[in-house]
Structures are given as C-alpha cells and as structure tokens.
Write a protein that binds this ligand. Structure first.
Ligand code: GUN
Ligand code: ZN
Length: 457
C-alpha cells in the first residue's frame, strides 16, 4: 500500500465522548464537539484529531511528506473529504444481532418461545447451505454499513459454515465483527442441533481459524440455557477457560415463560444467570442480551463478574418481552450496550433503537438524554464489548470507524432541525426521527465503505 492510500483526511463537524464514565451525569463533561474539525487517519487508525485551524498545518506537512516520498511522487496529494453541513460521530456499535434472521424481520404475532419455533428455526435451517449463507452475509454486512453500524456482536446459526460466510464478508470491508456458531443440543429441530462434543470441536476450530484474524473476534455462543444441556454448557465453559480472551454471547431473562422454563430445567441453580455463571460463562467478555426481568442477585452477579448487558429496545417491544430498566445499569454499575436483535428487532438502524430506547425509559418515568443515548450507541457499547481501548471515539490511536450524519434527510427533519436550540437538541431530534436515510457516509478503518447516493451533499 502506498503512503497516500494509507492516509485519509476528513473535515467537518465532529461530536464524540472522550472517556468512559461511571455515571450518566458525567457524560456532558466528556463531550467533545468541534464545529470545524479535522480527522487524519493512518493505516486505519486516528493519527491526528482536532480543530481545522490547527490541523491545516499538520495536513500541509503530511502532504509535503507524501509528495517527497519517492513511491508516491507522481500520485495526487492526499485529498480532504469535506462535510460542511453534516455531523460526524464514531460508528454505531450493535451489541446483539442475528445475521441469519435478516430475512425474517417483522414476523407477525408471537412472543419469544412460539416465535422461535414458528419463524426462527425454519429460517436458520437454510444456513446449512454455504452459498445461501454467503448471500445473506453479504446483504447483512451491507445493511449494517448502510445504517452506520461499524461493529457488531453477531449470532450466526448452528452451522460452522455460517460463521465462515460472515467473517469472509466482514473481512472484505475490514470491519471489526465479533461472531460465533450457535450451540444448541436440545429443544430445537434435529437439523439445528449439534452435540456437546461437536459444539466444542467445531467452535474450537472456528476460534483457531478466525479469532484475531484481521479485525475478526470470536464469541462462544450458546443460544440460551433451554437449548443447551448441562453437558454442552460444560464444554462451552471448558472452551472459555482454554481461550479466555474469546467472548461469550447468549440470551438472558428476556421473557417470563422463558425464565420459568430455565428454572424448571436447572432447579439446582439459584436463578437464570447462575446457570451461565456455574458453567464459567460470566466475565468481562461475556455479553447477555435482554436482561429485562433480572433478580437482584443477578444484577449483583453481572456487576461482580464485570459481565455486560445488550439492551435491545426494538426487540423487547416487538416480542412484548418487557421494559428494560436502563437506569439500573448505572445504579448497579453494570456495563451496557445497545442491540438491534434483528430479526426480533424491527430495524438495523441504531437511530431507531435509540428512539425506542427513549420511549422504553419514558414508560418507566425515566429520561434518556441525547448524550447518554450517544454514549450507549458508541463508547458505552465499546466498553460493553471490552473494546473501549480501540473503538468508540476519536482519540489518537483508536481505530477510525465513523459515520457522517445528514440531519436533514427529509422535509420534516429540515423543518425540525431549523429550530434546533443547540447540538444536543439537534442530536435528540435526529435520534427520534432518524434512520438509514440520515447516513450520508460510513468509514471503516479510515476508508469510506458506504456513501448514500440519494442524499445530495
Ligand atoms: N432467545 C433464544 N434465541 C433467541 C433469538 O433468536 N432471539 C431472541 N430475541 N431471543 C432468543
Ligand atoms: Zn437475540
């Protein structure tokens, strides 16, 4: 790669949160808003970030160096992508999503357990076919980028080839994805079941093949306690002990019938989370989707083990699962990120998730501010994934994943934005009304990977 290709320069209005916080009230102190800023990337990472007035000299020096370089002498100098009217923020992080469920989004009428049997399992059976998995994986990755999502923690299907398909598609975009093969050895159709042993060996082979290859990371992925025997959860725990820096990704306490079922299947465990904890599946790289109906002891266990929650408002409303008490994550000091949970969630857009997250809090008498929402979808998500040293803001050295937002994608949005009081109000209105139409461009590892051709710049 030539020097010129290794760099990119983006000028515009930037907003991010500079540091992880312990309380929502601390977020405004960490907010960084630069009306006319410059971001320079090198080899996919943030090389320089600050005000344009200071950055110009840095840019000129870099351009001089590039011109002097014998390899790039004859190439055009580094150009600047300028977005004068847009807002540039770190890429959205989706902490829970199922790629094989992309095509069954919006399936009518059922709550969790019936929904799984009626819609989900038949859909996931198709991923035995690698060609089919390739087709959906490519669509899925494109849809993430189109929605400004640059990192996701993803469920594949039970088939190892479904994992290959997804990581191959992510690699083409140099995208940081965390994913894994579903483990499921009971209470599902035979065609979707593995065994305790095959789950172990297949997952181990996939870890060896993919974990840490490029930007890919692996997650051991038991679907949820009801579909794994104790023998399989033992194998999952064994794998986690062998590969401590691999993730664990599963579901927890989403629906009342599910919780009662877990209690009947594992009567010797204190509660639902205790099942996972007992098998060594909690920890700072464990992410539990939903957690809508946790008991006090479960909150405590999440805190004590530094485990994370994926809050999935769109899914929780769609399946009628319940209202997640986001405020409690601050009280109990439990890490939390935002998930779409496609296909129980009804949109890929994290702007849409934030809209629904706000309403879920309203129904509980709580407020979700625009800045807390931004934190949840960016740096807070990075922290939940134990990747806040690499993702989530524009600090020097971070991986340069970001999204360019057009705040006025529709006539109604233009009308509303024209009377926005300040950047916080503008951001809030965007979150309440926005979707993929607001994504002007998406950059992954310093490279523009998506541009919205229907939005004039
Ligand atoms: N619990 C177990 N499997 C699933 C799934 O695919 N989606 C959701 N929302 N919950 C689950
Ligand atoms: Zn899910």
């Amino acid at each position: 790669m030539s020097l010129a290709h290794a760099h990119s320069a983006i000028r515009g209005r930037f907003l991010d949160i500079q540091a992880v916080v312990k309380q929502a009230a601390e977020i405004p102190e960490q907010l960084r808003y630069i009306e006319d800023g410059l971001l320079i990337t090198q080899d996919g990472k943030v090389k320089w970030f600050g005000a344009w007035e200071h950055g110009q000299a840095v840019l000129q020096a870099l351009q001089r160096d590039l011109e002097l370089d014998p390899v790039t002498q004859n190439q055009t100098a580094l150009s600047v992508d300028h977005y004068p009217d847009q807002l540039i923020i770190p890429g959205f992080i989706d902490t829970h999503i199922h790629y094989p469920q992309t095509e069954m989004i919006g399936a009518y009428g059922e709550q969790l357990l019936e929904w799984l049997n009626t819609y989900t399992f038949p859909t996931e059976m198709q991923f035995e076919d690698k060609d089919y998995a390739d087709k959906i994986a490519a669509f899925f990755v494109q849809e993430l980028l189109k929605n400004g999502t640059t990192t996701a923690l993803v469920f594949c299907s039970v088939h190892p080839q479904s994992v290959d398909a997804l990581f191959e598609a992510a690699e083409q975009q140099q995208m940081r994805l965390i994913a894994g093969k579903v483990l499921m050895d009971r209470h599902a159709p035979d065609a979707l079941c593995d065994t305790a042993e095959s789950a172990y060996h297949d997952s181990k082979a996939l870890i060896e093949k993919w974990h840490g290859k490029g930007r890919n990371l692996y997650a051991i992925t038991p679907r949820f306690a009801p579909t794994s025997t104790a023998a399989q959860l033992t194998q999952a725990g064994k794998l986690k002990a062998e590969y401590p820096d691999v993730y664990v990704h599963t579901h927890l306490s989403e629906n009342h019938n599910e919780i009662a079922w877990v209690k009947s299947l594992f009567p010797e465990q204190k509660n639902y989370l205790d099942v996972y904890h007992h098998f060594g599946l909690t920890g700072s790289r464990s992410v539990f989707a939903h957690c809508v109906h946790l008991e006090e002891q479960e909150w405590q266990c999440l805190h004590d083990t530094d485990s994370a929650i994926a809050f999935c408002p769109s899914s929780n409303l769609f399946l009628g699962s319940g209202l997640f008490p986001l405020k409690k994550t601050w009280e109990k000091q439990v890490k939390v990120g935002l998930g779409t949970d496609i296909g129980a969630g009804t949109a890929f857009s994290q702007l849409d998730s934030l809209n629904q997250a706000y309403k879920v809090q309203q129904l509980q008498g709580d407020k979700l501010s625009a800045y807390e929402a931004l934190y949840l979808a960016t740096l807070g998500g990075a922290k939940a994934l134990d990747l806040d040293d690499r993702l989530g803001n524009f600090n020097i050295g971070k991986e340069a994943d970001f999204v360019v937002l057009n705040l006025k994608a529709t006539a109604l949005q233009s009308l509303r934005q024209a009377r926005a009081k300040n950047i916080e109000d503008a951001l809030f209105a965007l979150m309440m009304m926005g979707d993929d139409r607001n994504i002007q461009a998406t950059y992954v590892f310093g490279t523009q990977v998506y541009v919205n051709t229907s939005n004039p710049q």
